[in-house]
Design a protein around this ligand. Sequence first.
Ligand code: 13P
Length: 251
Amino acid sequence: MTSRTALIAGNWKMYKTGDDAVETARRLLDLVKDVRDRDIMIAPPFTALSQVSQIVNGTPVGLGAQNLYWEKEGAFTGEISPEMLTAAGCQYVIIGHSERRQFFGETDETVNQKIRAANANSLIPVFCIGESEQERDSNLTFSVLDKQVQSGLQGFASGDLERLVIAYEPVWAIGTGKTATSSQAQEVHSFLRSLVEKLFGEILAQSIRILYGGSVKPNNIVELMGMPDIDGALVGGASLDAETFSKIVCY
Ligand code: 13P
C-alpha cells in the first residue's frame, strides 16, 4: 500500500463567469467540507480566481490556475505571472494541458520553463502529458510519454520535483466519454512511475502523485482509484457541477 495522498482536481477550462464560479465553489465546499483524507483542487478561469479564493481560502478545497507565463512581469500582453497567481490565492497551476499544446502552441520546452517558474514561486505544478489517438493506434504511446516527461523535466533534480504532480490525460479520452479502461490507465501509470524512478530515483517515484484525466465521472472513479499507481484524477466536464464533482471527490 502507498502513503500517497489522493488528489482530486477539477479543471473548469473556459467555463463560468466570476459569479457562477463562486456559486459552484460555495456548493462544492458545503458538500466536501468534512473531507480530510484527500486533497481537492479546483481550477477556475483566471477571471474568477480572486473571487473563488475568498470562498475556499482556509478550507480543504485548494485553488489552481490553468496556465501561467514564466516571467515575473513585463510587456507580455495577455499573460499572467506566477506572482499574480499566488497573490490571487492559488496553490496549484496546471501546466501543459493538451488543449494548450494543441491550440496555443505549448511545447515540451515551454512546459519545462513553466514548471520551473511554478517551482520558483511555490506553486504546485500539475504537469499534463498524454498521447493522441493516432499515436496510440501506432503503438507510440510509451515513446510519446517518455519524450514528454524527459523534455518537460529536463534539467531538474529530484529535490525540485517533490511537490510536482503528473497528470496522464490521453487526448482521445478528453471530453469524449471514452475513458481509458482502468487497466489501460494503470499500465501507463506504472510505466510513468518506472520512468520517474529511472530518471530521478526510487524515493521520488514512490512519492510522486500521478493523476488520471479523461472522461472521469462518478461511475468510473472507484475503479480507477482502485489501481495501485493511480493517485487521483484531473476532471474536466464532470467538475463543473458541484454535486457531480463532490461524488467524484467522495468516491
Ligand atoms: P474531461 O473530464 O471533460 O474529459 O476533461 C479532462 C481534462 O481535460 C481535464 O484536464
